[in-house]
Design a protein around this ligand. Structure first.
Ligand code: AMP
Ligand code: MG
Length: 356
């Protein structure tokens, strides 16, 4: 299959949108820009189309998809909200939609099992990207869209990155420029709670804990040990009930093809003889001059300007991809500050690493 790339510039996106909508209505998949990362979309109500998303990505079927809505009101068509739950959800919608917040909520029957991996909940969001919004609106049904990368690999933040991941596997990529957030959406499961709502933080992302606290108690689900996770996956594969609450939380994810070592102090890293290493640095040229301590083959800074964590999140996946292709044997990455957006960045680096 030939993969076409069409451009969707701000003032001139109608041709791209028409092409995308035609393919989606015909039951095909299309890669689309969002403000977080590029998504690989299919009509969420078309089971065969959704199956193509799993196939193109090589994604296991126990890993459910997020559906993208075109209006805030659509939530009632796809989610079954009790009055109490609806109160909390509406406040979150007012505060964060359109934007990078995904909510996991009880689903209505209309949402096919293939989208939710058989779970009784569905993950919904409304993207702030004009192209994603327009395509959703014109299609008339929500778009199920996971990140447009092969399963487990680095999420794509540009059309070029999607092309590298899925060339030959999908018919169309809509190029809407570089993603301006650069990290996948925050995912919360919303529960009514007693007195105060409970917001279970399933994936850290651009909407940070501090933003959410006003709307409920933010709780982190207990992390499953890898063995427990594998047992659950096997059970799901063997036809048992799929029970993974947050499969995107699989330990190994967002990974380059070469090893990545996540190191508190790259200055203490012990290189192996004869190997070439790249350093992914957040601190940059700090006082102790640690970047010169070892003869790194390549050095990239997450925040060379003054943008700090916001800049780092936009650049993260782009740099990981560059370093992956730079010809070194391994990447050494250091953590960023563990506050705000930094929580999500460190989470991705940890999952990309071989020593998590
Ligand atoms: P991706 O689309 O690649 O960013 O991955 C979407 C992620 O959303 C999945 O890997 C899950 O972790 C999460 N997700 C989707 N649906 C649900 C659900 N019903 N319950 C919990 N997590 C979900
Ligand atoms: Mg993904």
């Amino acid at each position: 299959m030939e993969t076409e790339i069409v451009y969707a510039e701000e003032e001139n996106s109608s041709e791209a949108i028409t092409k995308a909508v035609r393919l989606l209505s015909d039951g095909d998949v299309v890669a689309l820009p969002t403000e977080t990362v590029y998504g690989l979309g299919a009509s969420a109500l078309d089971e065969e189309a959704v199956a193509k998303v799993f196939e193109a990505k090589g994604r296991p079927s126990f890993d459910p998809l997020i559906i993208h809505l075109s209006t805030r009101e659509q939530i009632h068509d796809y989610c079954d909200l009790s009055p109490g739950l609806n109160d909390v959800v509406q406040k979150l919608i007012q505060a964060f939609w359109p934007g990078p917040l995904t909510m996991v909520l009880p689903k209505k029957d209309i949402v096919p099992d293939i989208v939710t991996s058989g779970l009784a909940t569905v993950a919904v969001r409304m993207s702030a990207h004009p192209v994603m919004q327009e395509v959703c609106k014109a299609l008339g049904t929500p778009i199920a869209a996971p990140s447009a990368n092969r399963f487990g690999r680095i999420s794509p933040t540009s059309a070029g990155a999607v092309f590298k991941e899925l060339d030959g596997k999908i018919p169309l990529i809509v190029d809407g420029g570089a993603c301006n957030s650069g990290l996948e959406s925050t995912i919360i499961r919303v529960e009514e709670g007693e007195g105060k709502a409970l917001l279970h933080l399933l994936r850290a992302g651009p909407v940070v804990k501090e933003d959410l606290q006003e709307y409920g108690k933010v709780v982190r689900p207990k992390k499953l040990s890898e063995r427990a996770m594998r047992a659950k996956e096997e059970r799901a594969e063997g036809g048992g009930s799929p029970v993974v609450e947050a499969p995107g939380m699989l330990d190994s994810h967002y990974a380059p093809s070469i090893p990545l070592y996540f190191h508190d102090k790259p200055e203490d890293f012990t290189p192996e003889e004869g190997k070439r290493y790249a350093l992914l640095s957040y601190r940059g040229q700090v006082r102790d001059g640690y970047m010169d301590l070892y003869d790194w083959d390549v050095v990239e800074e997450l925040s060379p300007g003054k943008g700090k964590l916001a800049e780092a999140s936009v650049r993260l996946f782009h740099l990981l991809r560059m370093l992956d292709e730079s010809g070194v044997d391994a990447i050494v990455a250091e953590p960023v500050a563990e506050t705000g957006l930094g929580v999500a960045i460190n989470d991705r680096l940890r999952r990309a690493s071989v020593n998590h």
